[in-house]
Design a protein around this ligand. Structure first.
Ligand code: DX5
Ligand code: ZN
Length: 218
């Protein structure tokens, strides 16, 4: 069984708190929150005040996925706003020392630190950072929008990262993000992920609890 993290990108934003409470009751493992700035990706979603406002609606970990440029300017604030996992994009930071400093900062504030990679970025680009990581989020679509078709070729990166992390003795949660649904779930399980983000599949389902069970393999 894998964890399912519903992405609130596909929720009804007018009733966001209730939507989060609904998927919490339905068996979500974490709440996935997509923050987009219109620069790193061609879409704008939500920011700090929204994360703070919905924090009381669930006791589940908030998995904040930052798709923004210069993420280090905001990572501490997203922890303070209620992020339990704060993940930013490796492609958004070109200085390796800055990547490490930002990951260390997230951990020093008591949160879990994550890096995400876009489809074109190889798994090996993350190898220098494994010791600073609690989570890795392999994008299985181009970040920016929900409800896209999965790029299955990205799933091989999960195995590669798992092998390297195990070999070096690091315990890192491996997640994929994008295109998880009833027809792609077997491929995702076979890739050996710990968690899959699922936005449109969960929020679009008539019965969220049933969908979470189906996608999780319960
Ligand atoms: C895409 C986001 C994803 C997205 C997933 O940029 O990072 O979290 O919401 O949506 P689905 O599950 O619909 O592909
Ligand atoms: Zn996401």
């Amino acid at each position: 069984m894998i964890k399912i993290a519903p992405s609130i990108l596909s929720a009804d934003f007018a009733r966001l708190g209730e939507e989060i409470a609904r998927v919490d009751r339905a068996g979500a493992g974490m709440i996935h929150i997509d923050v987009m700035d219109g620069v790193f990706v061609p879409n704008i979603t939500l920011g700090l005040p929204v994360v703070k406002a919905v924090r009381p609606y669930s006791a589940l970990p908030f998995d904040v996925h930052l798709m923004i440029v210069d993420p280090w300017k905001y990572t501490a604030q997203f922890v303070q706003a209620g992020g339990d996992y704060v993940t930013f994009h490796l492609e958004a930071v070109n200085d390796p020392a800055k990547v490490i400093e930002t990951l260390k900062e997230i951990r020093s504030l008591g949160a879990k630190a994550g890096l995400s990679i876009k489809p074109a970025t190889p798994a090996s680009a993350l190898f220098p950072y494994l010791e600073y990581l609690d989570m890795i989020m392999v994008m299985t679509v181009e970040p920016g929008f929900g409800n896209q078709k999965m790029m299955p070729e990205c799933l091989a990166k999960v195995q590669e990262l798992r092998a390297e992390a195990e070999h070096r003795g690091f315990d890192i949660l491996l997640a994929i993000d994008g295109g998880m649904n009833a027809s792609t779930k077997e491929m995702v399980w076979a890739a050996g992920v710990d968690m899959a983000v699922a936005g449109s599949a969960v929020f679009g389902a008539a019965d969220a609890a049933e969908m979470i069970r189906v996608l999780g393999g319960a």
